[in-house]
Design a protein around this ligand. Structure first.
Ligand code: SF4
Length: 207
């Protein structure tokens, strides 16, 4: 039987250990908004052109139009600038005290910020705050569906993963990164099964 952990070990042997995101929480928060609906390459290019990520204080001191102009290459720049400013204020307010807040409370606070959906909230929880809150996106849904799981909702996927994995943010972060690598490399909308390192365990493989 395919378990959440077995799939993880197969992904790990196919793609190797993942790179972790930045060690700076606000860098992750900032880039998690920038990457919405755009390619990661645009985020890297924009961040480099900015000469690095401004601190939350610098963001809040900046005119919103200036921030919009800096992040324009990533698209949806007005909405993203507003969300980044809200997150800068949120992070400035809780920084240093975040360890006293439960994961559920942090998630609730993040989801109350306009422009932060479930996926962005979980990216921030895992990669910035090191909380085990699995990131479920289109790639995650596609991969598990191809492995034969018939989940009816994201909460069902979440329960399957939470029950099958140790509650460890490092593991959750690695898993998500490996799912992205796998779905971008071979498990695409039109899958490249002949090149897939997980084909022996996949019931959807195309010969
Ligand atoms: S065998 Fe094909 S469908 Fe299955 S995981 Fe690999 S690429 Fe995806």
């Amino acid at each position: 039987m395919l378990t959440a952990y077995k799939i993880y070990t197969k992904l790990l042997s196919a793609y190797g250990p993942p790179e972790w995101w930045s060690d700076d929480p606000f860098t992750v928060i900032f880039q998690a908004v920038l990457v919405q609906n755009t390619a990661w390459e645009n985020v890297v290019m924009t961040t480099e052109a900015m000469g690095g990520i401004p601190s939350p204080g610098a963001i809040l001191a900046m005119a919103e139009e200036e921030l919009q102009s800096l992040i324009r290459p990533c698209g949806f720049f007005r909405a993203k600038a507003r969300t980044i400013r809200s997150l800068a204020a949120w992070w400035d307010g809780i920084r240093g005290d975040e360890s006293s807040l439960s994961t559920e409370e942090l998630r609730k606070q993040l989801l109350s910020i306009k422009g932060v959906g479930e996926e962005t909230a979980d990216v921030i929880l895992v990669y910035a705050l090191h909380r085990p809150s699995f990131i479920i996106d289109a790639y995650t849904r596609r991969m598990f569906s191809r492995f034969g799981f018939q989940f009816r909702s994201d909460p069902e996927i979440r329960s399957f993963l939470d029950e099958g994995l140790e509650a460890d943010a490092g593991l959750y972060g690695s898993y998500h990164w490996l799912v992205l690598e796998h779905c971008k490399a071979v498990c695409r909308k039109k899958p490249r099964c002949a090149e897939c390192g997980l084909r022996t365990i996949c019931p959807s493989r195309v010969q």
